[in-house]
Design a binder for this molecule. Structure first.
Ligand SMILES: Cc1cc2nc3c(=O)[nH]c(=O)nc-3n(C[C@H](O)[C@H](O)[C@H](O)COP(=O)(O)OP(=O)(O)OC[C@H]3O[C@@H](n4cnc5c(N)ncnc54)[C@H](O)[C@@H]3O)c2cc1C
Ligand code: FES
Length: 351
């Protein structure tokens, strides 16, 4: 990825701050009651259908508004969903064929606000906010002659988006889920295996245990010669990235940030709301604010979309991925990403 894209997103993000912090209701929302998918509106989409995939996962079909620019298979979209009067943004990989309708597939996680709402309570007809597709977890223009996909749980989604849109020559797909019934897209996946379109290795971790790197090498001895895409829980991706042979090529997609460095926390003030909380040094300021009832802007929640940027009026925060400390003196208004920043002493946020 070039540096221009993050800088542009940061600039756009700052321009949108005033409106975003005013969620859930801005004047445009009232106009949208009449024509929510109109051309001039911020991008929105209507839920057309919700189809269960497993006991805790469902595919949501969306009809985007007229500004939708389409996606490259493997990319994700940010969705803003109004729940109990609060707009919550989350990222979801696109699972539909690139030329077909827009679908995302969501797995409800324990205590998950948006995932449970989308899987168990949302209804067709609901209008959600939508951002253009983003992300570089995609196939290269020159397709690999041999590919390997390593996925687990809901990490299957971006790869499904890729392989529904493209047929590759020689594909090994190692997918983990707790049980056979928990495999999202099981019918389609197994049909592709039966047709010989992919060599599928399903690992049911409740009975087989977790996939280890030694086992992966035994299953796919030529893995170093296969361009590889992996998506799944943090532990799996950390293990693969730490072990992957330098001669090979591994692309990973994370749904959560990899927290590497924590430290002392501090007192966090959310200046405009008058809210003050004590936060430990491992809790993102975004989570600390939401837990205290502050309407925090957000997006991917893992440091890639800049949807959570806020000015730090004063104090110090730590980047949980790198340990880097950012400080601000009164009046500096340094912009920070609250989803990957924790308090490193007292800090005062402009929200
Ligand atoms: C690029 C990208 C693509 C994504 N694609 C998909 C997708 O296709 N399908 C899908 O189901 N999800 C996907 N996600 C994850 C999704 O954005 C949300 O994080 C997820 O739905 C949980 O949101 P929530 O509101 O239900 O949970 P929250 O209410 O935000 O969190 C509830 C609790 O669960 C923890 N938690 C948050 N996220 C996860 C997670 N992913 N795994 C385990 N614990 C978590 C939190 O720390 C918290 O303790 C993607 C994320 C990114 C960044
Ligand atoms: S929410 Fe996406 S960068 Fe913080």
């Amino acid at each position: 990825m070039t540096t221009a894209a993050p800088v542009r997103r940061l600039r756009d993000r700052v321009a949108q701050l005033a409106e975003l912090v005013a969620t859930p209701l801005v004047p445009a929302d009232f106009v949208d009651l009449l024509d929510p998918l109109r051309n001039s509106a911020d991008l929105r989409a209507r839920i057309v259908a919700i189809t269960p995939e497993t006991a805790d996962a469902a595919t949501i079909e969306l009809k985007p508004g007229r500004g939708w620019q389409g996606h490259t298979p493997g990319q994700y979209v940010r969705i803003g969903v109004d729940i109990d009067g609060v707009r919550r943004w989350r990222a979801y990989s696109v699972t539909s064929h690139s030329a077909a309708s827009l679908t995302i597939t969501v797995k409800a996680i324990p205590d998950g606000v948006v995932s449970n709402h989308l899987v168990h309570r949302a209804t067709p007809g609901t209008v959600v906010q939508l951002d253009q597709a983003a992300g570089d977890f995609v196939l290269p223009a020159t397709r690999p002659t041999r590919a390997l996909f390593v996925t687990a749980g809901s990490g299957i989604t971006p790869v499904m988006g890729m392989l529904r849109s493209t047929t590759l020559q020689d594909v090994v797909w190692v997918h983990s889920a707790p049980t056979s019934d928990d495999v999202i897209f099981a019918t389609e996946l197994r049909a592709w295996a039966a047709e010989g379109r992919v060599r599928l290795v399903e690992k049911h971790t409740d009975t087989d245990g977790m996939l280890s790197t030694e086992e992966l090498l035994a299953l796919v001895p030529d893995l170093v010669e296969r361009e590889t895409w992996a998506c799944g829980p943090t532990g799996m991706l950390d293990a693969l990235e730490g072990w992957w042979p330098s001669a090979g090529t591994l692309h990973t997609e994370r749904f959560r940030p990899s927290i590497q460095v924590t430290g002392e926390g501090g007192t966090v003030s959310f200046a405009r709301t008058g809210t003050v909380v004590e936060a430990d040094g491992a809790t993102p300021l975004l989570d600390a604010g939401e837990a205290a009832g502050v309407l925090m802007p957000s997006g991917c929640r893992m440091g890639i979309c800049f949807g959570c940027v806020l000015p730090l009026r004063e104090g110090a925060v730590r980047d949980l991925r790198t340990g880097d400390i950012t400080t601000a003196a009164v009046g500096d208004g340094v912009l920070i990403q609250t989803c990957i920043s924790a308090a490193a002493g007292p800090c005062d946020l402009d929200i």
